[in-house]
Ligand binder design. Structure first.
Ligand code: NAP
Length: 287
């Protein structure tokens, strides 16, 4: 039976690993704060002592970490994945990072005889819980095929996008668009309310027309209630916008509006909303 590892049990990783365990797969988990392993162990997972131990014990190890710095730390750091990975073993990083980070990890894993796939996801906490994420994979095709049964426990649709870096790029394109949609919704609602419109009417009118979409439907009510329980931390959206702007620099693609959106999210982060949901950007927009 294939042994799976899972590194990083935050909002997303906890739900994704739980779906693997509930499906009856053999899973070993690790998290920097070990307390987050307890719910997975209660479900039937084993707990590993370090990324090195998990990568050494498992055929395929998944990771779901905060950002490029975390992805590098878990791979290259002391007792990291590189110290445990060996010939034929697979490492699948599902964190949202940039193409440079993904390529650096892929190269180091390959040097040790391991196989690497990047597989960032589209979808937030609820799709992670429901196993309905959209998986944006690129890298080792054999590993992609081998991991398919596990990927299908976490996602409803998956793409194989080619060489390492293409998954990261696809994810950044999606989140750059999402950041723009989020701020447009916030500015529209703030404008409408200052103009005497009822917030619920604005959302209902939007939802009745061509602009109806799950993002507005999910986040819109948060703006009206002024409460932002975290599904997607605002700090991670700002990280994705920062990485998208850097990709635009690298490729020579002007990103006038995305760069402006990044500044709004930076402001929201500086104002202390980083751990709140992405929709909390409304708090700085409505002022
Ligand atoms: P999260 O709740 O903040 O979890 C982050 C995870 O990274 C935690 O397990 C954390 O460990 C770990 N971590 C952070 N820095 C680390 C370090 N230096 N060394 C080791 N571990 C470290 O974030 P999340 O929402 O699950 O998101 C995870 C990734 O998925 C991010 O790249 C995010 O952009 C992406 N994503 C998120 C969503 C969403 O809606 N939430 C959707 C799609 C993609 P500790 O518990 O010890 O802090």
């Amino acid at each position: 039976m294939i042994q799976y590892g899972f590194l990083g049990l935050g909002i997303m990783g906890n739900a994704m690993a739980a779906n693997l365990v509930r499906a009856g797969l053999q899973v070993m988990v690790w998290n920097r704060d070990p307390a987050k392993c307890a719910p997975l162990v209660a479900l039937g997972a084993r707990q590993g002592g370090s990324p090195r131990d998990v990568a050494a014990a498992c055929d395929i190890t998944f990771a779901m970490l905060a950002d490029p710095a975390a992805a590098r730390e878990v791979c290259f750091g002391p007792a990291g994945v590189l110290e445990g990975i060996a010939a034929g073993r697979g490492y699948i990083d599902m964190s949202t990072v940039d193409d440079v980070t993904a390529s650096a990890i892929a190269g180091a894993v390959a040097e040790r005889g391991g196989r690497f796939l990047e597989a960032p996801v589209s979808g937030t906490k609820k799709p992670a819980e429901d196993g309905t994420l959209v998986i944006l994979a690129a890298g080792d095709r054999g590993l992609y095929d081998e991991a398919a049964p596990a990927l299908d426990k976490m996602g409803k649709k998956r793409f194989y996008l080619g060489s390492v870096g293409q998954g990261a790029r696809m994810k950044l394109v999606i989140n750059a668009i999402m950041g723009g949609m989020m701020t447009a919704l916030c500015e529209g609602v703030a404008l409408g309310r200052k103009g005497g419109l009822d917030g619920a009417d604005i959302l209902e009118a939007l939802d009745a027309g061509a602009l109806a979409n799950p993002l507005f439907r999910g986040k819109g009510p948060m703006l009206l209630q002024g409460e932002f329980p975290t599904s997607f931390p605002l700090k991670h959206m700002q990280k994705d916008l920062r990485l998208a702007v850097a990709l635009g620099d690298e490729l020579g693609q002007p990103l006038h509006s995305i760069a402006a959106v990044n500044e709004i999210f930076k402001q929201a982060r500086a104002a202390g909303h980083g751990d709140a949901d992405v929709a909390a950007v409304f708090q700085v927009i409505k002022q």
